[in-house]
Design a protein around this ligand. Structure first.
Ligand SMILES: [Zn+2]
Length: 112
């Protein structure tokens, strides 16, 4: 198995890609030459904007809330939020990448 890159060294694009893969979400990727995604769709980044999990914590939440193990994720997040949990939670919702990385770490630990 490919060794996992530490989250702290990953680019936003890498975080997005791994989050989507683990969540079973296909993100279209533009191919300059064919103008198509590898799934075969003629994909336009302008017409079909892809969710940016790194930039927008709401996109992460949408995905996590659909999972049947969402309650386990919430317990994991509760264990991470210490001290002023309101400030911590706010920070996770507003700091780019913070919730995406936490969710990705949790998925890595679960192996899915
Ligand atoms: Zn595609």
């Amino acid at each position: 198995m490919e060794e996992l890159k530490p989250l702290s060294t990953m680019t936003p694009a890498e975080i997005n890609r791994e989050f989507a893969e683990r969540a079973g979400i296909h993100l279209h990727q533009w191919d300059d030459i064919t103008g198509k995604c590898r799934c075969g769709l003629y994909y336009s980044p302008l017409r079909d904007p892809q969710p940016d999990f790194y930039a927008d914590a709401r996109e992460v939440l949408k995905v996590m809330m659909e999972r049947e193990d969402y309650q386990d994720f919430i317990k994991y997040m509760e264990s991470k939020l210490y001290g002023d949990w309101v400030a911590e939670l706010f920070s996770h919702m507003t700091t780019p990448g913070l919730l995406a990385k936490a969710a990705l770490q949790w998925m890595r630990e679960r192996g899915k």
